[in-house]
Design a protein around this ligand. Sequence first.
Ligand SMILES: [Zn+2]
Length: 704
Amino acid sequence: MEINRREFMVVPAAMAGSLLAADAEIPWQRKIRRLGQLNMTEHDPVVLNVEELADYWASLKVDAVLVSVTGILAFYQTKVPFHRKGKFLGERDFFGDCCAAAKKRGLRVIARMSPDLNWEDAVAAHPEWFQRDPQGNPKRHTEDPRLFLTCMFSTYMTDYMPAIMREINSLYDVDGLFTNAWPPLGVMPVCHCDQCRKLPQPGTLAYWDKFNERTMYLWKLYDSIAKEKKPSNFYFANLGGGIRSTANLVELGEICEWFQCDNQGRGGDDTPIWGCALQGRVCNAVQKGKMATNVTAAWSTGRPRWRNVYKSQQEERMWLNETVAAGLVPYHHIIGGENGLGEDRRWLEPAHQYFNWMARHDAHFVNKRSIANVGVVMGQRTHLFYTPPRGALMPQYMDGMYYALLEGRFLFDFVHEEKLAPEDLKKYAALLLPNTALLSGQQCRQLRAYVDGGGSLLATFETSLYTDRNERRADFGLADVFGIRKAGDIVGTNGNAYLARIEKRHAILNGFAGTNWIPGAENRVPVAPVEGPILTVVPGFVAYPPELSYPLQSHTDEPAVVVREKGSSRLVYFPGDIERTMWQSGHTDLARLLQNSIRWVVGANPPVTIEGAGVIETFAWETQAGFAVHVLNYTNPAMHRGWIRNFYPIGAQKVRMTLPPGRRVTRVELLRAGTDIPFRLAGGAIEFTIPKVLDYEVAAMHSA
Ligand SMILES: [Zn+2]
């Protein structure tokens, strides 16, 4: 494998290959550009205006709608035992009416089911269907105690749900089957029913194996039932949760036809604004060019929630922007049709305008490949099973790295730890491993081969100190690659965290003048001394009282960073959890150190540079029409805590992008501003300036 930093390197991603085939051969679901769902309530059969809703979806130019069948409450005249009809349904075929209204307008219909809950009469007749607490009692739903939690290892999933699916197939002209709330998002079930007692301990990798086995089995079962209707039909489900998705994303990526991200929005918590873009990156790492959508809530996400009230329009818009920029298809989601089409109708028009704007430019949103030369290993196993030091939370590691990448304006992709083969990595000049603790022997060998082939690595803290089975290694799995040796157990902080003494100048220390030391991190793995260290550890000491706030040991030979060059590879290992500590403390020195280090390992000639003021997130794509550079403006007081209340425009952003050999650009169009801008072609690159970005801009390059 060869890494050539000078060349524009791309690898097939979303939709690659399929675009070359005749349009007719592309399955319909891969051509979807927009989606809609009014999530139906029990009350809707007597209040929702079905025709008005269908008109609304058609006016948004959506390709498909999700219509509720459910499993908790039936929206049609079901004959499946324990599929309780809603109390306002009467004799009406509400699902059928909604389905027909959509079909009349040329929209595809996905039948939506919820296998997660059922009522007390079902508990009495089928006690084996339900989750149990340690005492053996059926587990009640926390909000409505009339409902009970079903168990995914029970026959509820293999008898009851298939019965509903087959009934729907027999009655309606549906195009696919979808389950909400299964597989579970973010957290795996802990159940003490008779089936689950035979399983390994929840929360362990052994349990995860069984969970994944069951998930794959049920997914394939439901997909085969979908295909009983017609071969082009399929089954899919929600897969949100970012990196902490419960199911093994690589395994599911092989079989799932449609990757649906259920990442609807944030509330007034400390979720950073890039939560949706991050979800898109997770999806791009595993979806293998298949359809990928993100459910974007117009309702008031957060805590407390208001399911039937519109959220801040700016917040909703940024979530849509991120969905589109990250290469996902947007999915407008509203809940309940009180008073015809909702008591709160403020959420109708913004999405209408957004989707119609998008529809005018579809060719620029059909992506063939992402343009990025930095890969960030996302470590799904680490995020699910690793226990960070006391006081640390696993998401902080990725948030810290993510923030540094945004501030440094790097273009990057996520890389799943199970996708480290040469073919997966050849586009990347460097891989970053933010505390990727769990790595198998095979994954370490793949990373070693990547380095031997000229690739560069940056890793932090406990990266490779555990096997993929979460067993602690005596030394780092990547010890030889970085030239490091573990010399002790994790050292935390009580008072002042350790410092990093500057031993000699290096590019990773650019901008540090007038100081002999900079911050270390909150936690570190002591490593053995190395030759010619750049930073050494000054051990932590008392913060209060200030009388004692000075180092007892001012100089050691313990490295605070290990930097190596091996052929054309550049290697940086930080024994401290510096990305997390940066996130936790907000320390700007750590941000600078991280960005310098990333810049150094990535090397010169990035495929795209964007210069200007402001905090932005960027994506660059090769598209159906040519190329596109997406700029999301996060320069906002609500960047770290929702919601966005207003947008604050940033000024000129100067873009330079290397073009693949033989490609010409004939026109650069700003899709949000609605204007063409001048550009310059020189030295195999294109240069242009985006004069201003309010919330989002797409510089669309038309290319021959
Ligand atoms: Zn169970």
